[in-house]
Design a binder for this molecule. Sequence first.
Ligand SMILES: [Mn+2]
Length: 319
Amino acid sequence: MINPAVIKLIGDSRNIAILSHIMPDGDNIGSSLALYNALSKIGKNAVFILDDDVPEVYKFLKGSKKIEKPDNDHKFDLVIVLDCGDAGRLGRSSRYLEGTKVINIDHHLSNSNFGLYNIVDTNAAATGEIIYRLINRLEIALDKDICECIYTGIVTDTGQFQYSNTTDLTHEIAADLVRYGAEPWKLYRAIYQNNSKPKMRLIGEAINSLEFHFQSKIASMIIRKEVFQLIGAKDEDADGIINFARDINGVEVALLFKEAEDGRVKIGFRSKDFINVSEIAQEFGGGGHKRAAGATVAGAVENIKEKVIESVIKAFSVV
Ligand SMILES: [Mn+2]
């Protein structure tokens, strides 16, 4: 699965940039920090560059304070992009792709294979799983810090091991991470028992906005810009809220429409059993996985919502 040329290229490189997508989540932060910690450990001059703020909840991970913003013109021997379906999701970090070798490591179905080497394993539950294999192939010893980062990526991208992407291998890798120092209870405590008050208010507002469509097989929620301001919530506080719509009896597709500061609308897509929401998200310029995807669209939220629901209903008719 991992091309030997990739192992050689990493071995031969000294200045290595690790890049990942904006609107960060547990998997891209966790897998990037795992690789950053591992490469630093073997003496590489590694830097994790991210064009976004690290969500509060992941700041306990080792290396999170060393993350840099894409503010300088450094040249790197090698750029490794993690958990990122296309270069457009890198924000300003995409500037570092020019004129250097790029390794693209990801598990998104919609990945555009933009690297010189592309390690895209859509069967991997998380990019963290691929990074676990890569670190082993590089013969870098797992330690507590690395294991905590990878475990965080896996636990968040699998919805705490509940989604269909969870395999026997996922559990085997998790077992190994525990063996080498990750303490699940501490990680769950840090990630899931740490909600901010504004986040809880935001959940209330989102649930209040719930609407059902197409014989209640589709559930949608809207969070308006003013609500964020009123509550004092940050963008990251909306993470996971869409699951409340998905987890309703009879609902196959959940949609969350979030008005962003820049006037655009961020659409979250989730499905439960059979609708491929990655395909629907791609119609709107986004992408993702079969059961979880996203897109960002310009326009009025009411119009966008109507079009998206139309597309989802169409998807029901072809399955
Ligand atoms: Mn991921």
